[in-house]
Design a protein around this ligand. Structure first.
Ligand SMILES: [Zn+2]
Length: 120
């Protein structure tokens, strides 16, 4: 292998590494966007489930199961939402108003922490 060939080979390798790094960054951004969308959908789904359970005109079958759980529901629901916010924050997402559900990218957020301290 002559010197020219060696340098050409190194340049080619460098270009490949740079392209892989660009692909990696793009994949990272895409992953963050997908996870944020997943969190938003999960929250929407939970909200819809809660709304459905509160619906006064539930079908008889649903009413029976509602009545069975009626006594423990309020406290259980409050506890679930506290745990849910804490879990969401510890999984790396904002729970503060302005950027709710966005990824924190490893940064602590003082607004989220205020909410956590209020709720817990
Ligand atoms: Zn926040």
């Amino acid at each position: 292998m002559d010197r020219n060939e060696l340098f050409n080979h190194l340049t080619q390798l460098e270009n490949n590494v740079n392209r892989i790094q660009e692909d990696m960054q793009a994949l990272k951004s895409l992953t963050v966007a997908l996870v944020e969308e997943n969190v938003a959908l999960q929250i929407e789904n939970d909200n819809l489930k809660t709304l459905m359970n509160q619906e006064p005109d539930a079908t008889p079958v649903e009413r029976v199961s509602n009545e069975q759980e009626e006594e423990k529901t309020p406290q259980k629901k409050q506890l679930q939402s506290r745990e849910y916010f804490a879990t969401l924050y510890h999984e790396g997402f904002h729970i503060c108003h302005d950027v709710f559900g966005k990824h924190r990218n490893g940064q602590d957020c003082i607004f989220c922490m205020n909410i956590l301290n209020d709720k817990l």
